[in-house]
Design a protein around this ligand. Structure first.
Ligand code: ZN
Length: 303
């Protein structure tokens, strides 16, 4: 049995329709209130979900503040250039192995939280996000989905000057500013979704559609990423994988984020993440715009 897991005001809850059911109460105290604890109990989450229709809901989702379904992962990975059209718009070759970087777990925020931008060259990247349930090491590709607790929507917000401040570029810091990892709104287990995980992803800035693609177009799909990473690092319950963004990011169209912009990212079957952009203090390299960014904004190859 599948499940839908939410972080309601910091407490783990199962979701049925528009209602949520507090997991600690529902489980009779067997599972604590911490969403990280719930992610290590995927079998129990499935069992409890089977009986939700007969339970009294704790409340309605619209009345609570949702946090990230995995608020404090031990590790958070990002994948670069994982859609053909995004590699092509950047003038980059199609990678023959996953291009992996880290997003520090401290960048993760809830699905409706503000993004605090520290330069005028901050970009959106709408992404499918996978969260690990059963941990493991040396996982075969064919077993990859068994280790995924669920999928949700994420924004891999990217400060382009920090990303390209040095040569060769180093992605980790530029994608790890505080608030640069909104994710949610709820975590949906794979068996509740289309087989293979092909769903439409749409990113809008204000009312303008900037990205529209199918998550079925991932070059390295979710089970492949799970397997690849697990042969290098042990995967832990709650670990997060931002699987990469399709074409249409701001830097190549000269449309970077501005103070007050609202980014809306939706994936069919998973819901919508809505983030308002707030321009705060500059970071130390905010006014140093590297040549690849200037080229990209002028419509030239970033290299
Ligand atoms: Zn990304």
């Amino acid at each position: 049995m599948g499940f839908r897991l939410a972080n309601t005001d910091g407490r783990a809850a199962l979701v049925f329709g528009d209602n949520y059911y507090d997991l600690e109460k529902l489980s009779g105290g067997k599972i604590g209130s911490d969403p990280m604890e719930a992610l290590a109990e995927v079998d129990t989450l499935g069992d409890l979900s089977a009986g939700l229709a007969e339970q009294t809901p704790t409340g309605r989702l619209e009345d609570v503040r949702l946090g990230s379904p995995s608020p404090r992962p031990r590790n958070c990975y990002g994948i670069g250039l994982n859609y053909r059209n995004h590699a092509e718009e950047g003038g980059m070759p199609i990678p023959d192995a996953p291009l992996v970087f880290t997003k520090f777990p401290s960048c993760i925020v809830g699905p409706d939280d503000d993004v605090e931008m520290r330069s005028d060259y901050v970009d959106y990247e709408g992404e499918l996000v996978a969260v690990i349930g059963r941990g493991g090491k040396d996982i075969a590709v064919g077993d990859g989905w068994k280790h995924v607790a669920g999928l949700c929507v994420g924004q891999d917000i990217s400060d382009r000057p920090a990303q390209f401040a040095a040569a060769p570029p180093q992605f980790n810091l530029g994608k790890s500013f505080d608030t640069y990892g909104p994710m949610g709104p709820i975590l949906v287990s794979p068996d509740e979704l289309p087989e293979g995980g092909a769903m439409e992803l749409v990113t809008k800035v204000n009312d303008e559609v900037r990205q529209k693609d199918s998550t079925g177009d991932l070059i390295f799909d979710v089970p492949t990423l799970v397997s690849y990473l697990s042969h290098i690092t042990t995967l832990n319950p709650g670990d997060v994988i931002f699987t990469g963004t399709p074409g249409g990011v701001g830097v190549f169209g000269g449309k970077l984020l501005k103070d007050g912009d609202v980014i809306t990212t939706s994936i069919e079957g998973l819901g919508t993440v809505t983030n308002r952009c707030v321009r705060v203090a500059d970071h130390p390299r905010a006014d140093v715009v590297p040549l690849p960014i200037k080229n990209a904004m002028a419509g030239k190859s970033p290299g």
